[in-house]
Design a protein around this ligand. Structure first.
Ligand SMILES: Cc1cc2nc3c(=O)[nH]c(=O)nc-3n(C[C@H](O)[C@H](O)[C@H](O)COP(=O)(O)OP(=O)(O)OC[C@H]3O[C@@H](n4cnc5c(N)ncnc54)[C@H](O)[C@@H]3O)c2cc1C
Length: 389
């Protein structure tokens, strides 16, 4: 009897969640699947801002990796990968013994860039579990304090930072006197949301100002040490916390693996989501850098990469030719404004309305529904989540 082949997945990100669900529907015999994840429940990015605003419960926007692994007949190892021995074909974990693989796939996301060593004033938006813990503790403290005041700085005026600012403000305004909330949003260039059309930039800038969120454009934050953050211009703002939603970065341990990386340290992959330097290793989602057609680091791309990743892992295990993944060039983007309204953009077009929120909510709930129906899967169709550039 031949030894089973070992398929090992690191990280329960969006692409792996979809690939595992598809695997559960179409498993290959004689293949053992192992998922190494440092969390039991993986956050779904499309619903996170709505969760912060209080519209969704924790379980509404988290994928239960234990049931997903059970459905896919995969072994879930709750641990962090900290290295890859690519010659021995083993994943090195923080606590667990090294895990051997024939085919390996990596979907571990990214974290925001911070200017120096972390400290108590710095709260990165990712990893999400730590961010949510901080947010829940803050909300609890506010509810237990009489006449609370709060000053938050948000660093990064891309879609993530703007959506975070609007949704946090909305929730805080329910918990305390809105005049006691100060939110500062810092962005290093003159225009917020650089990848969005001018109409959307103007509209969201007005929404931020209408909610009394103070904008600091053309400001680069250089240090954040309690009790203040400091900008290159000399501007200093005293605050209780600084939330970082800046450019995505990759973990340093990847540099020790021998894998080909791009100039920012992300795993280089070809159009088959396969490492050019190590053909038995695949990567998807934020951590993958498509060499020929770079695409934005956003949940929508991680989701879209799920089905081709699934196909290619199967094909690689069977020694068959791989499928090509072509990222879309134009896509729908739905940005929630924290008041049960949203902005939809498609190319140069934009539309703001409560109907867009309804639409986003419907898409996101439908996306999550596929993971709740694992015991009775009716269809392999993957709905598209609300998207962002
Ligand atoms: C505040 C905020 C809001 C956002 N909103 C949206 C949105 O509305 N729409 C959108 O498209 N995008 C959004 N994004 C971007 C989106 O979060 C990412 O692009 C998306 O999550 C990437 O998915 P992924 O599969 O690459 O990784 P992730 O979803 O980040 O998943 C990676 C997983 O791997 C695990 N992991 C990490 N390292 C290890 C390790 N060493 N060992 C084991 N496990 C590990 C992590 O715990 C995590 O569960 C938002 C980002 C932020 C910060």
């Amino acid at each position: 009897m031949p030894q089973p082949q070992q398929l090992v997945l690191i990280g329960g990100g969006h692409s792996h969640a979809i690939a595992l669900r598809l695997w559960g529907m179409q498993p290959l015999p004689h293949v053992q699947v192992t998922l190494i994840s440092n969390v039991n429940e993986a956050p779904y990015s499309g619903m996170l801002p709505g969760h912060l605003a209080g519209f969704y419960r924790y379980q509404d926007c988290h994928i239960d990796l234990r049931s997903l692994a059970t459905f896919a007949k995969a072994t879930l190892i709750l641990d962090s990968a900290i290295g890859i021995d690519s010659n021995q074909q083993k994943v090195i974990c923080q606590n667990h013994d090294p895990i051997a693989f024939d085919i390996l796939s990596i979907d571990i996301g990214s974290t925001p860039q911070i200017p120096h060593e972390s400290n108590s004033l710095i709260i990165p938006a990712k990893p999400v579990p730590q961010f949510l813990t901080w947010w829940e503790q803050l909300c609890d403290r506010i509810q237990q304090t009489s006449n609370p005041t709060i000053t938050l700085s948000i660093i990064g005026g891309g879609v993530g930072g703007v959506e975070l600012a609007l949704n946090l403000q909305a929730r805080l305004a329910q918990l305390m006197d809105p005049t006691q909330i100060q939110i500062h949003l810092f962005h290093r260039s003159p225009d917020l949301l650089p990848q969005q059309p001018p109409w959307v930039q103007r509209y969201l800038q007005q929404r931020l100002q209408a909610r009394q969120i103070q904008l600091h454009l053309n400001e680069t934050v250089t240090t954040a040490i309690a009790p203040a953050i400091h900008c290159a211009s000399g501007l200093t703002v005293t605050c209780d916390a600084s939330l970082w939603v800046t450019q995505a970065t990759a973990p340093a341990w990847l540099r020790t693996t021998g894998l080909e990386l791009d100039d920012r340290g992300f795993i280089a992959v070809n159009a088959a989501l396969q490492s050019p330097s190590h053909p038995h290793i695949f990567a998807a989602g934020d951590i993958a850098a498509l060499v020929d057609r770079p695409c934005p680091k956003a949940g929508v791309f991680a989701v879209r990469q799920g089905p081709p990743l699934f196909q290619n892992l199967r094909h690689a295990l069977q020694g068959q030719p791989l499928q090509i993944y072509r990222p879309q060039t134009r896509y729908l983007s739905l940005i929630g404004t924290g008041d049960r309204s949203a902005v939809a953009t498609w190319g140069r077009w934009g539309w703001a309305s409560p109907l867009c929120w309804w639409w986003k909510d419907w898409i996101d709930r439908r996306f999550m529904q596929q993971f709740r129906m694992l015991k009775n899967p009716l269809s392999a169709e993957i709905p598209t989540p609300s998207e962002r550039p």
